[in-house]
Design a protein around this ligand. Structure first.
Ligand code: AHM
Ligand code: MG
Length: 314
């Protein structure tokens, strides 16, 4: 019998509570994957005409993926609110406003890849509310450092659809099997290789990076002996970094003095996975997981991957 997402129930103290939420992520993933496969035929590619809270143009699929994800979180009955890249404010799920968990999500990360049929992803993390569950959850419930995250993961929509997640007991990768219509464990106990792999960064920004990063980066390139890959889709770039080693970075630059990637639904979930897989996840001088969030859509610089490569940059 293949091992399915049900196995998460046996992992760690939070496993039983996380299983329905991660199963909900799995259902959302199959729906989003279906949407992506047929998007060109349904006129679902292209701009939706609006902007998200970051002032970025929303693609129609960004909006649809956000709706799918929210509906599947609602259907679990365990989620009281969702904080999404596509929504300025916290979305409270009124029917389950007394549930214990909040989910943070980037429903469709790397959506600039859609026009070229490149890989995209969904990134999520789960926290337990701080306010009493007799009250309506607040945005402040989402402002928890990565050390308090209970579960995190991503879905990679590539040649296959993969769900990679952790409930604090290592990182496990499940691949959607179209024959059984289930996610089946394909990559148990993923570990970041200590050496080798690739560096992955938008190097076109190098002359605008702040501080002495350019010098450190050039030294790393000479000493670490890494290859280079950059998809421009964090999920795809991090999936490769987890499997092959090396480093993914999106540092601060003149245009993005706080970095580009969002703390709560990009940096923390990926940082959680990297540390669970034995790698290193740094922001400005500290672990990504020790950054205290100040806002739902806050950005931070990130350096994620094999400790040896990350250490040469921070
Ligand atoms: P998005 O959430 O709006 O898709 O932006 C995040 C994406 C990441 O997937 C990726 O790592 C990064 O933006 C790429 O940025 P750039 O095009 O500046 O290299
Ligand atoms: Mg996005």
């Amino acid at each position: 019998m293949p091992i399915t997402l049900n196995s998460i129930a046996k992992q760690g103290v939070h496993g039983p509570a996380m299983m329905p939420i991660i199963q909900g992520v799995g259902r959302a993933a199959t729906e989003i994957a279906y949407l992506l496969r047929g998007a060109v035929f349904r006129g679902a590619l292209g701009a939706a005409g609006g902007e998200n809270v970051q002032g970025e143009q929303q693609q129609k699929i960004d909006v649809l993926s956000d709706e799918i994800f929210l509906e599947e979180m609602r259907a679990t009955g365990f989620v009281c609110a969702v904080g999404s890249e596509e929504q300025e404010d916290l979305l409270v799920i009124e029917e389950y406003a007394n549930a214990d968990y909040l989910v943070l999500v980037d429903p469709l990360d790397g959506s600039s890849n859609l026009d070229i049929d490149g890989p995209v992803g969904t990134i999520f993390s789960v926290v337990k509310r701080k306010t009493a569950n007799t009250e309506t959850p607040l945005e402040s419930d989402t402002l928890q450092a990565g050390r308090d995250v209970i579960a995190a993961g991503y879905v990679l929509y590539g040649p296959s659809t993969m769900l990679v997640c952790s409930v604090g007991q290592g990182v496990h990768g499940f691949t959607y099997n179209p024959t059984s219509a289930r996610f089946e464990l394909s990559h148990p106990d993923m570990r970041v290789p200590a050496s080798g792999g690739y560096y992955s960064v938008n190097e076109a920004n190098a002359d605008k990076w702040l501080g002495d990063l350019q010098q450190k980066f050039n030294a790393m390139k000479q000493q670490a002996g890494l290859g280079m890959r950059y998809v421009g889709s964090m999920v795809a770039d991090m999936h490769r970094t987890l499997l092959k080693g090396g480093v993914f970075l999106y540092p601060a630059d003149e245009k993005n003095p706080n970095g580009k990637l969002r703390l709560l639904y990009e940096a923390i979930p990926m940082g959680f996975l990297v540390e669970q897989a034995g790698g290193k996840a740094m922001s400005q001088g500290a672990s990504v997981l020790d950054v205290q969030p100040q806002g739902l859509h806050q950005r931070v610089p990130v350096y994620l991957g094999s400790a040896s490569a990350v250490d040469m940059l921070v």
